[in-house]
Design a protein around this ligand. Structure first.
Ligand code: TYD
Length: 144
């Protein structure tokens, strides 16, 4: 299997649309508009207790768009060489995460909803859950 060599500079925050309405706003995400992948799965994290940390893994093939549908949280992205923290705190911004990036999601505000659009259905074999395995993966992966 070949993997794309990726770094955190390929993980961009994109501004989504916002249809303003005094009775409540709407943001629309549809295939081919904002995310460079077809959405095959949507999930969301909610009822996250204060102080909890989620993520703590990388994906080998999966692309994701992460948005704070409500509240805020920080996403730490790490490509084994560089690391940065992206704060998501508006429902009309999304962070694109390419394959091969270690991520942790921290500092959830009370009532935060972390919405995730994913390019593939759930596949446990796509996860790297151990950081030392991740470093090995980044350094050993065949280059496309
Ligand atoms: P995981 O992706 O590890 O959560 P997080 O990164 O937010 O901490 O998933 C937590 C559990 O949920 C794990 O047992 C796998 C399961 N799960 C599914 O069954 N399907 C899914 O699409 C996802 C995202 C998780």
């Amino acid at each position: 299997m070949k993997y794309i060599v990726s770094d955190i500079h390929s993980c961009n925050v994109v501004e989504l649309n916002k249809i303003h309405n005094p009775a409540g706003n709407i943001t629309i995400i549809q295939n081919d508009d904002h995310q460079p992948f077809k959405v095959r799965r949507i999930y969301y994290l909610y009822d996250v207790p204060g102080g909890s940390e989620r993520g703590g893994h990388a994906h080998k093939q999966l692309h994701q768009l992460i948005a704070a549908a409500s509240g805020s949280f920080d996403v730490i992205i790490d490509d084994s060489r560089n690391k940065k923290i992206v704060q998501l705190n508006r429902p009309y911004f999304g962070l694109l995460i390419v394959p091969g990036i270690w991520r942790e999601i921290v500092n959830f505000s009370s009532g935060a909803i972390c919405l995730v659009l994913a390019s593939e259905k759930y596949e446990p074999g796509d996860y790297i859950r151990d950081y030392s395995d991740y470093i090995k993966f980044k350094h050993d992966s065949p280059i496309v």
